[in-house]
Design a protein around this ligand. Structure first.
Ligand SMILES: *[C@@H]1O[C@H](CO)[C@@H](O)[C@H](O)[C@H]1NC(C)=O
Ligand SMILES: *[C@@H]1O[C@H](CO)[C@@H](O)[C@H](O)[C@H]1NC(C)=O
Ligand SMILES: *[C@@H]1O[C@H](CO)[C@@H](O)[C@H](O)[C@H]1NC(C)=O
Ligand SMILES: *[C@@H]1O[C@H](CO)[C@@H](O)[C@H](O)[C@H]1NC(C)=O
Length: 287
């Protein structure tokens, strides 16, 4: 009897340890635990400080990118980023969640949550664009100016994703809320998503051409711990929406956050798809 109780205890300890180990692994801030690079040459990708910091470089031959090893069904994702300095017109630095490789022609149900920093000529503001793709529907761009210089220090960019809402944050200030309004016919991301980050060249991103004499452009990343529910198939999505995960309890902005959010929208909004003549149905709920 005593023996089997001890065995049961050891068994539970083992299970608990297993769950803990999975979490501990994700919460390790070493790049190589949770991410892998999609860039093979060392001139465009470099890690330092024992995998605690990563530098992506872009020149006229190539940009660079990396991706999480796991897929996720919910989470509170973050990345610390320091953007390329100086003249960065046409240089786009990203951190995003995506349901696929972005072949949007064939990936009809594409889901994607984007932070995209649009570089600019020296002296002009870098714009932070966010976008939400859900079930293949895009065109939900918002662009804000930032209240600090994002090229001199690391800042923390976060995406909360649970069954109830998606919130984008800059240093804990919510800058965008996208509620689950599927009951009103607004699509909401519903598939496992993978974390990606990249530095690439996009002509559309700036009114000025990229000046390659400033290359290589360099973006720095830190913060490779992940608070997410690992899930690679539709079958585990329900578990990821459950109460085992603390971020699923975040259902509303608190009053301080709401004030900060309204302040950002009032003072820093540069472009908003919701400002069109016929705003999308979600616009009145999310502002
Ligand atoms: C790319 O940049 C290098 C160094 O500035 C230059 O020598 C080369 O001609 C450029 N290549 C192209 C295709 O523009
Ligand atoms: C996604 O859109 C398709 C039509 O394009 C629709 O049939 C399907 O029900 C939608 N799925 C979700 C999860 O909204
Ligand atoms: C959106 O919310 C509804 C409840 O209103 C829920 O049934 C559904 O699973 C949620 N959708 C997603 C994709 O999380
Ligand atoms: C950037 O583009 C604008 C508009 O085309 C132009 O007036 C300006 O001279 C350009 N600046 C630089 C530094 O290329």
């Amino acid at each position: 009897m005593a023996f089997s109780v001890v065995r049961l205890f050891l068994f539970l300890l083992l299970i608990g340890g297993g769950v803990l180990a999975r979490e501990t692994n994700l919460l390790d801030g070493n790049f190589y635990h949770n991410y892998r690079t999609l860039t093979t040459d060392s001139s465009h990708f470099r890690s330092s400080n024992n995998g605690r910091e990563v530098r992506l470089s872009m020149d006229n031959s190539s940009g660079a990118s990396f991706v999480s090893k796991q897929w996720f069904g919910s989470g509170f994702f973050h990345m610390k980023i320091k953007l390329p300095r100086g003249n960065s017109a046409g240089v786009v630095t990203t951190f995003y969640l995506t349901s696929g490789d972005g072949d949007r022609v064939n990936d009809k149900a594409h889901d994607e949550l984007d932070f995209e920093f649009l570089g600019n000529i020296k002296g002009e503001p870098i714009l932070l664009q966010t976008n939400v793709f859900a079930n293949g529907t895009a065109g939900r761009e918002q662009r804000i100016t930032l209240w600090f210089d994002p090229t001199t220090e690391y800042h923390d960019y976060k995406i909360l994703w649970n069954q109830n809402q998606i919130v984008f944050y800059v240093d804990d200030i919510p800058i965008r809320v996208f509620k689950n309004l599927t009951e009103s016919g607004v699509p909401f991301p519903s598939q496992p998503l993978q974390i990606q980050a990249s530095l690439w060249h996009a002509k559309w991103a700036s009114q000025n051409e990229t000046d390659w004499s400033y290359a290589p452009f360099k973006a720095h990343y830190q913060g490779f711990d992940i608070s997410g529910c690992p899930c690679a198939t539709k079958q585990c999505m329900n578990e990821c929406y459950g109460q085992n995960y603390w971020w699923n309890d975040i259902r509303e902005l608190n009053s301080d956050q709401r004030r900060a959010y309204e302040d950002v929208r009032r003072r820093h909004m540069h472009y908003d798809y919701c400002a069109s003549h016929t705003p999308a149905p979600e616009c009145s709920f999310n502002s």
